[in-house]
Write a protein that binds this ligand. Structure first.
Ligand code: ADP
Length: 209
């Protein structure tokens, strides 16, 4: 299975790149932000509680998002793999993701982080807010709050994957296609490493032939 964690601050381009990656690698897209917004749209109890925090730019509790991911994994057992977008955002969430994927005899393949400076993020999100209808994209104070939460609470997740040799950072400013190409190159390297026994056997076979 190919399980990619797409990482980066709000507005870094995770959603855009996720759409391209699911098409290329036939993956299921799991965005905790989208899952939470769907709960809000349905008017559920969970959605009502999450909305208050989301509108303030704060994180919703770990157990809420972990529970959502757990049921999404259970509902998609025949998937070729997943893109995790906006999750994990804390170290306990990252630990839970390892435990949950282990249940299916798989794990996180790699994490790719898109790096974008705060001023560019604010510009992008205010622009997105004109059409997204998201209250958290329409107010500069809330946007800066989300960036601060990312820097103080979420950025440590990078270290969690770095110690596992799975962390990669890319410049998230540039042409969408260029960034996509760089992400694919990282994923293909990890996939290549996972299948290198088969590859070297094929190479030997080619030499023989
Ligand atoms: P963005 O990356 O633009 O901030 P998201 O759609 O990923 O947008 O998330 C929107 C909001 O949903 C976050 O600010 C946070 O309140 C909540 N949220 C999403 N994913 C998580 C998560 N993994 N843990 C806690 N809160 C989350």
């Amino acid at each position: 299975m190919l399980n990619i964690v797409l990482f980066g601050p709000p507005g870094a381009g995770k959603g855009t790149q996720s759409q391209k990656l699911i098409a290329r690698y036939n993956l299921v897209h799991l965005s905790t932000g989208d899952l939470l917004r769907s709960q809000i749209a349905q008017g559920t109890e969970l959605g009502l509680r999450a909305k208050k925090l989301m509108d303030e730019g704060l994180l919703v509790p770990d157990e809420v998002v972990i529970g959502m991911i757990e049921s999404q994994l259970a509902n998609n057992t025949s998937a070729a793999g997943f893109i995790f977008d906006g999750f994990p955002r804390t170290v306990p969430q990252a630990e839970s993701l390892d435990a949950l994927t282990q249940r299916y005899n798989t794990g996180v393949t790699c994490m790719v982080a898109l790096e974008v400076n705060e001023e560019e993020l604010v510009t992008r999100l205010l622009e997105r807010g004109k059409t997204s209808g998201r209250p958290d994209d329409q107010d500069e104070t809330k946007i800066r709050k989300r960036v601060t939460v990312y820097n103080t609470e979420t950025a440590q997740v990078a270290g969690y994957y770095a110690t596992q040799g799975k962390f990669h950072a890319l410049n998230g400013i540039g042409a969408i296609e260029d960034i996509f190409g760089q992400i694919c190159a990282i994923i293909d390297r990890h996939q290549g490493a996972a299948t290198s026994v088969t590859d070297s056997q094929e190479a030997t076979d080619e030499v023989k032939a």
